[in-house]
Ligand binder design. Sequence first.
Ligand SMILES: *[C@@H]1O[C@H](CO)[C@@H](O)[C@H](O)[C@H]1NC(C)=O
Ligand SMILES: *[C@@H]1O[C@H](CO)[C@@H](O)[C@H](O)[C@H]1NC(C)=O
Ligand SMILES: *[C@@H]1O[C@H](CO)[C@@H](O)[C@H](O)[C@H]1NC(C)=O
Ligand SMILES: *[C@@H]1O[C@H](CO)[C@@H](O)[C@H](O)[C@H]1NC(C)=O
Ligand SMILES: *[C@@H]1O[C@H](CO)[C@@H](O)[C@H](O)[C@H]1NC(C)=O
Ligand SMILES: *[C@@H]1O[C@H](CO)[C@@H](O)[C@H](O)[C@H]1NC(C)=O
Length: 502
Amino acid sequence: MAMAVLTSFWIFLMAVCMPGGSAQMVQMDASKWGFVGTQVELRCLFVNSNPPVKISQVTWQKFLNGTKQNVAIANPTMGVSVLPPFKDRVSFKQPAVRQRTPSLEDTTIMFSNLQLSDEAAYICEYTTFPAGNRENMVNLTVYAQPTTEMTLSTPTIVARSSNRKTPVATCLSANGKPPSMITWDTRLKGEASTQETINANGTITVRSSYLLVPSRATHQQKLTCIVTYRNERISADSVILNVLYEPEVTIEGFDGNWYLNRQDVQLTCKADANPPVTVYQWKLLNGSMPNNVEIRNNTLFFKGPVTNDLAGTYVCDATNNIGTRSGLVEVNVTEFPNIPPPGGREIPQEQHSSGAAIGGAVGGVVLLGVAGVLLFVFLRRRQRTFKGDYSTKKHVFGNGYSKAGGMPAHPPLPKNLQYPEDSDDEKKPAQIGGPGGFEGSDRDFEADAEDLKRPYFTVDEGESREYDERTLAFQYDPEPEIADDMVSQTDGSVISKKEWYV
Ligand SMILES: *[C@@H]1O[C@H](CO)[C@@H](O)[C@H](O)[C@H]1NC(C)=O
Ligand SMILES: *[C@@H]1O[C@H](CO)[C@@H](O)[C@H](O)[C@H]1NC(C)=O
Ligand SMILES: *[C@@H]1O[C@H](CO)[C@@H](O)[C@H](O)[C@H]1NC(C)=O
Ligand SMILES: *[C@@H]1O[C@H](CO)[C@@H](O)[C@H](O)[C@H]1NC(C)=O
Ligand SMILES: *[C@@H]1O[C@H](CO)[C@@H](O)[C@H](O)[C@H]1NC(C)=O
Ligand SMILES: *[C@@H]1O[C@H](CO)[C@@H](O)[C@H](O)[C@H]1NC(C)=O
């Protein structure tokens, strides 16, 4: 791409300059690069004009730090000369040049086994007659692939009580040019510290250390060093941290329910440690170990029944290479078990009681819920009876039944009055199964027959069970007297004056 653009640029220049007559030029790339040890081609083309000028000699020079040094010379009659420091690594690409012919239009050189010291500008100079000298320049950059390695700073990291950050791993990308970039990938909450040093030969060594506070939590964690060189990930090495730490001690076995005569209780000293615990030591604060105790490894076995002598504060010292830490448990002995039969001696008492408490609480909530629903249904029906129902005059006196009055628990169906829901034009009660009965009463009949088998009140009765609420309202008042504040209606229903005037 760049090459194509460059070439077309030169063609354009040639087209512009050729007609001018004295416009010879030297064509080169602006820059080239190569890795140490590889080969690179430095292009040099002489663009002659018409009439052509005569090429007397071509000289390649290294231009560095303000000074020029001859690299190679091609002469049409004398031949080719490559100078000592470059003798083995520089050659002209065109065999014709090497064969001492006068055709020196293409004096491209091949530069092999590149060294860092080869990085410089290279001048290709044409000496002509009668036009004089023409020259151009290419900048050669030499890259060096870095060598990368990752090391744990110390083979083992010891967790200490201090909060000082220490380097746990180092990643090194040495002698690279251009320098590489080092990043860390880990779940650890540490930080990286990176330094670059420039070597005498121009390469750069990058060293990055990962620092953290070593702890139990950092043990076995993965730490990955990623090296990016010239925008490319060239390595990703991981280490798993090995952090040594003192024992973390807990004592298991006391469930708070050591009652007299309980059999075969025990205490176990559990320690999380790296390296593993080598020594466990038990002691009883302010006293000596009971006689019936047997110590095996990290466990205290109390043989036989529990006695009051067992009570006390038990301490377990666990020791590994790093240090010694203690755990303690206060054992108390009760006269009786805290929980019903000691069937499961491993079941802590708290769990039991909290389970029961939860059960009780759940039961209570359910009961409350049921009560709430019952109350809600009751109130809602009452409300409808006292408000909306007056308008449709569903409130009928004299047809109530009474359980107390020795009536059957459920009214006989023919007496069961049914009212359409939310109907304004149906003012009068209809008798199901009666001569002026409801249409489609067969289905209702069946539904109501089903009802007969049920308890008198049920919570989830449908809206159509009007007789229930009527019964509820009047069952203890089979022959009511119309109160002073009630207004009698022509159909036998009454409404409250209070409601009427609202
Ligand atoms: C030029 O090169 C010399 C030695 O090769 C070095 O000491 C000097 O610093 C260079 N000068 C510059 C300006 O780079
Ligand atoms: C080539 O190098 C010289 C000096 O080292 C610098 O002045 C010039 O800008 C460079 N040219 C290009 C195209 O990089
Ligand atoms: C550059 O120098 C370093 C030490 O200074 C050396 O290890 C390295 O090999 C050198 N690199 C090249 C490409 O010569
Ligand atoms: C006995 O120990 C348990 C658990 O440590 C504790 O909950 C309880 O209160 C103690 N009882 C007495 C009497 O100290
Ligand atoms: C025993 O306990 C008392 C206080 O409870 C304490 O002052 C004393 O130092 C303890 N003795 C031993 C030997 O630990
Ligand atoms: C416990 O001690 C016994 C000997 O008393 C030994 O054989 C066994 O390996 C030990 N177990 C552990 C886990 O240390």
